[in-house]
Ligand binder design. Structure first.
Ligand code: 3IO
Length: 335
C-alpha cells in the first residue's frame, strides 16, 4: 500500500516536472482550447464571421489555440449571452447589442439613425469607437472584435408599397431600432433575430426590421414576399470574451487576438454587405420578392421622422455623464 502510494506520488511529480519543462511552442496538441458561443444559425453572418476568425486564429497560432464553436444557441442563447460570458459558461460569445437595452448606453449610439450606408464602414467605425472611448460599460469584458449588419429594411408578409403602409405592421426589431419602427408608425415586437422565424411562422408578427442578408440566410424571402428598402439603422455586434479566460492566455496569443480585431471587423462588414446584395437577387429569382426601394424624397422623410431619437439619446446620455456629443461627432466624422 505504502509502496503504491509512493509510486503514484512520484508519477505526479514526474508529470508536473514534464509539464513545466515543455515550452508551449514545442507541444503538438493545442495548448489552449476555447469555447465560442453564437446565438443565430450557422448560415448567418455572425457565424460566418466566427468561422473566419477561428480559422485565422488556428492558422496564426499554428494550432496552439483551438476554438470549439457553438452556433444557433447550442451553448448559450441570445438573451443569456452577456451573463454566459461573464460567468464563464463560454469563453467567447457574440452579441447583438440591441438585445440588451441600457446595458451598453454609450455604444448604443451605433443603433441611432445616423445614416450608415454600409456594414463595412459602420463595423470599422464601431471598433474604432470602442478602442478610442474605452467605455466603462465594457470594462468587465474583453472585446475581441465588433461589426454591424447592413442598414435595416422592412420585410413583410403583407404588401408594403410605401412608408404609409408601414403603419399598422407588427415588426420584429430590437433596441433603438424598435423605436424607429414606432416612429415610422409600425408596432415593434422586440425579440432576438433567432426567435423571429418562429414568430413569423406563428403569425405573432407581420414581418421583420433587419438587414438583407437574412432574406436568404433565414429564408425570410419565403414568408415575406413584400418589403420596403428604407435603409435605416444598423445593428451593432460585439464579440466578447470572459476576462479571466482572456487573462489566462499567453501574451503571444493575446497579441494574435488583438491584431485580428480590426481585420475581422472589416472582413465581416464587407462580407455581409456583398452577401446582402446576393440575398436580394436570390430572393427575386427564387420567390419573386417585391422589395421596393424608397425614392430619395421618401427616404429623407423617413430619416426626418426617426431623427428625434438622436436628440433624445443625446439628452439621456448627458444625464448619465457620458460623452454623448463626442461620440456623435466621432461617428458623423467617420461616416
Ligand atoms: C442579424 C442577427 C443575427 C443573424 C443575422 C443577422 N443579420 C442582421 C442581424 C441584425 C438583427 O436584426 C438583430 O436582431 O441583431
Amino acid at each position: 500500500m505504502l509502496h503504491a502510494a509512493k509510486l503514484s506520488f512520484m508519477a505526479c511529480v514526474f508529470a508536473l516536472a514534464c509539464a513545466l519543462a515543455t515550452p508551449a511552442s514545442q507541444s503538438q496538441a493545442a495548448d489552449v482550447t476555447l469555447r465560442f458561443a453564437n446565438f443565430p444559425p450557422a448560415s448567418t453572418f455572425p457565424c460566418v464571421s466566427m468561422d473566419h476568425w477561428v480559422a485565422e486564429v488556428e492558422k496564426l497560432t499554428q494550432g496552439k489555440v483551438k476554438v470549439d464553436t457553438f452556433p444557433a444557441g447550442t451553448l448559450v442563447d441570445a438573451r443569456s449571452m452577456v451573463r454566459g460570458v461573464m460567468r464563464g459558461q463560454t469563453d467567447i460569445g457574440c452579441i447583438s447589442m440591441a438585445y440588451f437595452p441600457g446595458m451598453f448606453p454609450l455604444m448604443s449610439a451605433f443603433e441611432l439613425p445616423l445614416g450608415f450606408e454600409s456594414a463595412e464602414k459602420a463595423s470599422v467605425l464601431l471598433l474604432q469607437a470602442i478602442l478610442k472611448f474605452q467605455p466603462k460599460e465594457l470594462e468587465k469584458l474583453k472585446v475581441l472584435t465588433a461589426y454591424t449588419c447592413p442598414p435595416a429594411q422592412v420585410f413583410s408578409r403583407k404588401p408594403v408599397e410605401n412608408l404609409e403602409a408601414v403603419k399598422g405592421l407588427r415588426l420584429r426589431a430590437a433596441g433603438i431600432l424598435a423605436d424607429e419602427v414606432s416612429l415610422l408608425g409600425g408596432t415593434p415586437v422586440s425579440m432576438p433575430q433567432s426567435e423571429a422565424p418562429d414568430a413569423i411562422q406563428r403569425g405573432a408578427v407581420d414581418g421583420v426590421f433587419t438587414s438583407l442578408d437574412v432574406v436568404k440566410d433565414l429564408n425570410y424571402a419565403e414568408p415575406c414576399r413584400f418589403g420596403l428598402l428604407v435603409n435605416m439603422s444598423v445593428y451593432p455586434f460585439i464579440v466578447i470574451m470572459n476576462k479571466k479566460s482572456w487573462e489566462a492566455l499567453p501574451e503571444d496569443v493575446k497579441k494574435v487576438f488583438d491584431d485580428l480585431a480590426m481585420p475581422t471587423a472589416q472582413w465581416t462588414g464587407a462580407y455581409v454587405d456583398a452577401h446582402g446584395q446576393d440575398a436580394l437577387k436570390w430572393g427575386k429569382e427564387k420567390y419573386g420578392i417585391d422589395y421596393r426601394p424608397l425614392p430619395a424624397e421618401e427616404r429623407a422623410k423617413a430619416l426626418e421622422t426617426v431623427s428625434p431619437l438622436v436628440s433624445k439619446w443625446e439628452a439621456e446620455m448627458k444625464a448619465k455623464n457620458l460623452p454623448a456629443a463626442e461620440m456623435l461627432q466621432f461617428i458623423r466624422a467617420g461616416l
